[in-house]
Structures are given as structure tokens and as C-alpha cells.
Ligand binder design. Sequence first.
Ligand SMILES: Cc1cc2nc3c(=O)[nH]c(=O)nc-3n(C[C@H](O)[C@H](O)[C@H](O)COP(=O)(O)OP(=O)(O)OC[C@H]3O[C@@H](n4cnc5c(N)ncnc54)[C@H](O)[C@@H]3O)c2cc1C
Length: 390
Amino acid sequence: MKAIIVGAGIAGLVAARQLGLSGWQVLVLERSASPRPDGYMMDFFGPGVEASEQIGLYPYLSQVAYQVEAAEYVDPSGRVTASLDYRTFADLAGGKVLSLLRPDMEHAARKALQEVPEGQVELRYGVHIQRMQLDGAKVRLWAGDGQEVETADLLIGADGIHSALRTAFFGPEQDFLRPLGMRAAAFIVQEPELNQQLKNRFVLSDTVDRTAGIYGLRDGQVASFLVYRQDPTAKLGESADRLRRIFAGTNQRVDRLLELSPANPYDDVVAQVVMPCWHHRSVVLIGDAAAAVSLLAGQGGAMAVCAAAALGNALGEVSSKEQIPAALAEYERVMRPKISTAQASGRRAANSFLPRHRLGLLWRRLILRSTKLPGVDRLVAGQIVKRLAK
Ligand SMILES: Cc1cc2nc3c(=O)[nH]c(=O)nc-3n(C[C@H](O)[C@H](O)[C@H](O)COP(=O)(O)OP(=O)(O)OC[C@H]3O[C@@H](n4cnc5c(N)ncnc54)[C@H](O)[C@@H]3O)c2cc1C
């Protein structure tokens, strides 16, 4: 049995491993010329940890994880207004919270492909799929240069939130994409001095309608993400200029990062993908393509791993094309409740992640400051973990 996976992000790479391990012939097609180096720091816990342990991916992920010690909010003068201890989170989640840089997570997933017997999985970079068609029980794909790529029994769309496969087989993006009224940007820069100041702390700006989060990486780099409210229909203009304008005065460190920002950083709408069905004949969607939960849920990477594991389990025993539809329905049955919970948690988090007014800031500070009272730290952190992991 042969599968083609479009997209070598977390979902695509883990699905390739799982199918390869159960004897499928897998071809992964990725449009970028090589693994994408851009990224941000992601929390990985709850269902993602559980799924990665079940499929044996966890050791690869933990090898590349960072040891975040605390998250700190700072006001425009640089004063720390509130903080939360990460070890408390880890204790409450059974010691299993990983802080992973997106490209490191993909690197770990590629490394884990070494367990698949040779020749079972092929990874091809620099192939941008632009046309696709169902031909009887087979799928046919064409790359940007007009070349037809091999046919297969199953096509897996792991091509992210703006999935071209979703548009081709399920309908236009506007039917499924639910913007949450925000945009997010992220980039990594070399800044040894700032890196030294951060020392294993996640530093977030305590500001209305915008939040900048920064973290010091290995090798003197600093990773940043910038989230801000934005009308989805507004005219955007050039990314770096817009970010400098919106985040001006956030605090000195953010000003410095914005000076170093690349002209075209990652910069996209914060949205969820909501679809009534994720499979159609021999085509199935996974990860953000099927059901983006948004960065507000803090579980997109985790859901990508869960989906790849569930799809691998469902297709593991399949030995003929006739068995594929039932396996895809089973994958969907397992994943639906996890996605609904994570998407609901993402929607709930919107206002506390990005307070709309000063009162909201004060309320968040109060809650986080209360964690300094004896015994309250565990309680508050416990509630936050529970909300995210539910
Ligand atoms: C700022 C930010 C912070 C986040 N924080 C967290 C967090 O703390 N915890 C968490 O779990 N998640 C977080 N997420 C979400 C998480 O990153 C995503 O949910 C996850 O990476 C989705 O993985 P994916 O493989 O489905 O899609 P993607 O990573 O988007 O991969 C899709 C791949 O498909 C390729 N592709 C697209 N179209 C084509 C085509 N036509 N032909 C060939 N290839 C194609 C793309 O180049 C890409 O490599 C965050 C996201 C953002 C933006």
C-alpha cells in the first residue's frame, strides 16, 4: 500500500514514521527547499506527551527540549509585574512538560524516522504541490513545474492551516477557517547580550491588545513571538514595519528585537480550522490542515502528534484499498473529542492571553501574584494546566 503525504511539518513527519513502521510505502512532499529553520517556543504536554510515549517518540523530543524555569510578565519600564514557576506546571503534569522549539521538534521527528526500515519512507524537499485529482481509487498530484508526481492509494494532507489539499477536495478556505481576531509573528535572531539576560526565563510583555514573548536559545540566539489584535479584513502592508509600529514602546528588549527582525518573518492570522469531516474517499487531512486549534490553545504541536499516531493506528492493519474508508473513519472517531476540547480551550484563552483593557491586565497580574502565597502556586498552576489539558 502506498501513501503520499503533502507537508513535512510535525504532523506529516510523524504520520510518515507511523505508516512506514507498519509496512506502508510513504512519499513525503514538502514545498520548502530544506527543513524550515523559522520557529517559536512551544509547550508540549497532556495528550501530546501521552501519544508520543505510546508511539516511542517521546525520547527524541525530550532530547531537544529546553528547560524553561519561569514565565515572567514585564511592564514597559522592564519591571517584573508577575511570574509563574514552570516547575510547578511540570509537577502537576507528572513531570512531563516539554518546551520545544518548532524546528527542533521537526528535527526530532525526522531523527525518529531512522527506526523505519530503509526504503520505506522517502522525504522529498522543494516539491510544491499545486494540482491534485482523484482518479478512481488513486490520487494524482502535480508539482508547480507541471511535473506529475507518482500516484498512490492514499493522499494525506498535512500541509498546514492554509492547506491546498483542503481547498482542492473539501472546499474554499473561508468555509473552514475561523479567524480569532489576532495575528501572530515569530522570528529568531542572534543576540548574545539579550540571550544572557533571559537565562531560562520566558519573558512576556504585560500589555493591552498585544503580547511579545521572548526566550533565550542555545548558541546566543533569541526566539520571539508577537501576538496582536487585528481585524482580519484590514490591509496589512509590510510585516516588519507593521510589527515595529504595533509593538513600539512595549519594552526595551522588544524594541531591540524589532530592530533585528527579518523583513519577512513568520506572520499569519491566529485562527482555528473547523470542518464537519476530515476525509473524502482516499484523501484525509491531519494536523493544522484538518483542525488547527491556534496558538492560544498551546496544543497545535501536541494535536499534530496525536493525529499522526491515531492515523497510524487506524491504517496499521489495512491491506487493501477497500479497507481505507473504515480506517479513516476510525481515525476521525478517535481524534474528534481531543480536537473539540483543545479548540474550546483556545477560544476561552483569548481574553486572558491578550487582555482588551488595563483592568484585564490588573486582573491577570493579581491572579499570577497570588501564586506567591504559600500553597496557591500549585492551585493556580493546577487550574491552568487542567484548562489546557482538558
Ligand atoms: C506563534 C505560535 C506559537 C505556537 N505555540 C504552540 C505551543 O506552545 N504548543 C503547541 O503545541 N503548538 C503551538 N503552535 C501551533 C503549532 O506550531 C502548529 O499547530 C503545528 O506546528 C502544526 O503542525 P502541522 O504539521 O499540522 O503544520 P505545519 O507546521 O504548518 O506544516 C505544514 C507543512 O506543509 C508544507 N506545505 C504547505 N503547502 C504545501 C504544498 N502545497 N506542497 C508541499 N508542501 C506544502 C509547509 O511548507 C509546511 O512545512 C504555535 C503556533 C504559532 C504560530
